[in-house]
Design a protein around this ligand. Sequence first.
Ligand SMILES: NC(=O)C1=CN([C@@H]2O[C@H](COP(=O)(O)OP(=O)(O)OC[C@H]3O[C@@H](n4cnc5c(N)ncnc54)[C@H](O)[C@@H]3O)[C@@H](O)[C@H]2O)[C@@H](O)CC1
Ligand SMILES: [K+]
Length: 474
Amino acid sequence: MITADRMAAVDENAEHLGVPRKQLMESSGNAIARRVREMVSPGARVCIVAGRGNNGGDAFVAARFLDEYDVSVLLLGRAETIGTDIARENWDALRRAEYDATEVKDSGAFELPDCDLVIDAMLGTGVTGALREPAATVARAINDADAAVLAVDVPSGVNADSGEAEGVAVEADAVVTFHDMKPGLADHDGDVTVADIGIPAAAERFVGPGDLRSVRGDVGGRVFVIGGGPFTGAPALAAQSALRAGADLSFVAAPNTVAGEIQGYAEDLIVQPYDGDRLTPEQVDGLVETAESYDDTVIIGPGLGNADETIDAATDFLESFEGRAVVDADALPAIPGLDTDATLVCTPNRKELAEMDGPDADDLREVTDEIETLADDIGHVVLAKGATDVISDGDRTRVVRTGNTGMKVGGTGDLLAGIVAGLFGTTDAFDAACVGSFVNGRAGDLLYDERYEGLLASDMLETIPAAMWGEDDA
Ligand SMILES: NC(=O)C1=CN([C@@H]2O[C@H](COP(=O)(O)OP(=O)(O)OC[C@H]3O[C@@H](n4cnc5c(N)ncnc54)[C@H](O)[C@@H]3O)[C@@H](O)[C@H]2O)[C@@H](O)CC1
Ligand SMILES: [K+]
């Protein structure tokens, strides 16, 4: 099953992989025509009722595959107002080739021609709310007609995600839906066919620009880094990176022996010192209270060091915390056997992955099943870092191919934790991990041509915003 949002993301990913949307539209139109041939015999009268979006565009294509039928095409509205270039190009092709294709400019005078089959291509996944006019009137006319009805993608007026109709909707005898089943068609009374339209599996498997677009509009929130002690650079990088990825405020809770040093890296950070020179269990109650009372997204781990009492403190924290956290570096030993109500993204490198009883392999792509099993066992999202990152929530597993060898330098993992946390305030854990990894790699790719193997994590702070919001294909 695929939701309308995810479908739009996958479609954009396919384009990025070299399969443009117009090609998908051609396949969709062909699939509609195949279904028409199963429903009515050559010579039958087929009436296509098309809207001005890509749902209509699919049906314009279908008309070209149905020359053995008596086809008429009705466009609801004026051709100049067709919403996308690819739908308009397919409309223009019909007109130039002298198909029976007419614009319905005055909907008051709409009359459905006598026909054997109506193709409902008014609205697909782009619908919001109840059908507006003229679509609502036309839907009633289609429902009153004697003809069989074949809906393109979803019956017009039906929400592809919920199956609900807020007003009148087309009652279809059959539906041809594209690429994958839509949740809103699960209870459809008629016949539903899923047509393969040539979207590569990689468009779903590899995180791509479509996934990025679907989350980057809505960012913000507060990030709370619990890090530092033996090291100071790691928490500072993670906290700054979260700001670059859209967080509004970034706090660092750190031992007072190093708080000044961490603050010294960046005036944008708010450092909250606690007594001592490293994290110990005494700090935990206060940290949990702060993080929960402000609904912060926590990053725990960067620069904490691996003293036993620090790992105990990280474990205590995660066992009592109930919010969102990215668990990185020195906090990862807390994960195996952890009992928590928190929602976690764990970001192990290859060594840490093996220590978590995950697979030990050079190419993580070869061990995606084992990473999926690990994520399922621990019940949290795992973002396994390597030359290609692999992300799994135990059910879904995705691969990220952005990034380069310059990013093997220290600190890029801290940036990743920061980007994921920056997204996690407004996005669910799995999407934050997938897109965070994609953006981190892209930020490095934007610099590789200048910095090569001399790339520094701190350089990448500059390119994270372009990797998030820029339109360049990195
Ligand atoms: N996403 C994909 O990968 C593919 C999508 N395709 C087709 O593209 C369709 C989605 O296309 P679009 O995004 O252009 O959307 P639609 O064609 O579903 O509709 C968009 C139009 O409907 C109007 N609209 C929205 N809500 C309305 C309402 N309540 N009453 C009346 N009009 C309303 C909008 O103003 C817009 O002009 C899919 O359903 C499918 O048929 C195919 O071409 C193949 C690939
Ligand atoms: K439709």
